[in-house]
Design a protein around this ligand. Structure first.
Ligand SMILES: [Zn+2]
Ligand SMILES: [Zn+2]
Length: 266
């Protein structure tokens, strides 16, 4: 069985990943993957917003790096995408980005609940101690639900990211995510199985099993991604993610080309 497409790969332009896209592509082929997608952190209108994303002036360079990976590995399908932070008020900026290149998909992610605190930034972990985790989870879910409803995204990234450092949602997490799943279903937005969580303190794929089962019951589509920030991380954990998806009931996932969705068996 070949692995599904790895749709969540970063590049050195985000300033915290290593390895050229063409090296990621070579690794993917060595693993037997047939399709990958680069979804590096999108630029913000303000270049000093944070320190872990490309600048707007680097978008063309980014696209060329991905095109080169495709040219040098013609037997692999290489998608061009972005992982975009959804911040209220930036809808026009996201639309502008969408118009700049022939993107295959946008992953909408929430790393910020109240900027400048990035909830998944190891350097800001102490900030968690100053907040009530229940409030963070609830504000996070509300924001991600807005992202799902905005129509700006094809996929939602690592939907239970606040668990990264072990701060779990209080009580029944499926209740917290009910509105999000409904919005994703209504707008035809997929969620990803992101194996990056396996390499973090939470030691668990995003999303957790019960959330994925809820997504399946609600008819929400899925994609797969390693969130690789290094060549050795390409495809990592995808076999485990496939097992999790099958256990939740899934037999199909999505592919994207020019922001059009296709459903395929995995
Ligand atoms: Zn992310
Ligand atoms: Zn990522």
């Amino acid at each position: 069985m070949s692995l599904p497409a790895d749709y969540h790969l970063h590049t050195p332009l985000c300033r915290h990943a290593v390895g050229e896209p063409t090296e990621y592509a070579a690794r993917a082929l060595a693993l037997g993957l047939r399709e990958i997608g680069f979804s590096d952190h999108s630029p913000m209108p303000r270049e000093d917003f944070d320190h872990w994303r490309m600048f707007a002036g680097q978008l063309d360079e980014y696209v060329e790096m991905v095109r080169r990976a495709q040219r040098e590995h013609p037997s692999l399908t290489v998608r061009l995408a972005l992982e975009v932070d959804f911040l209220p008020g930036q809808e026009d900026w996201i639309r502008e980005l969408a118009g700049r290149h022939a993107w295959d998909y946008f992953i909408g992610s929430e790393h910020y609940v109240s900027p400048p605190w990035a909830i998944d930034d190891p350097g800001m972990r102490a900030e968690w101690e100053k907040h009530d985790p229940a409030e963070v989870w609830s504000a996070y879910c509300e924001r991600l639900t807005q992202a799902a409803a905005s129509g700006l995204f094809d996929i939602l990234g690592h939907i239970d990211l606040p668990k990264k450092f072990g701060f779990r949602p209080p009580g029944d997490s499926t209740r917290l995510f009910a509105g999000l799943m409904a919005a994703a279903r209504r707008k035809g937005v997929a969620i990803e199985l992101n194996t990056g969580g396996l390499r973090k303190d939470c030691q668990e794929i995003y999303p957790a099993g019960p959330l994925l089962e809820l997504a399946f019951r609600e008819g929400v589509a899925i994609t797969f991604g390693s969130d690789a920030h290094a060549v050795a991380e390409v495809g990592l954990g995808l076999a485990q993610a496939v097992d999790l998806a099958r256990h939740a009931g899934y037999t199909h996932c999505c592919r994207f080309a020019r922001r059009r969705r296709e459903t395929v068996a995995f």
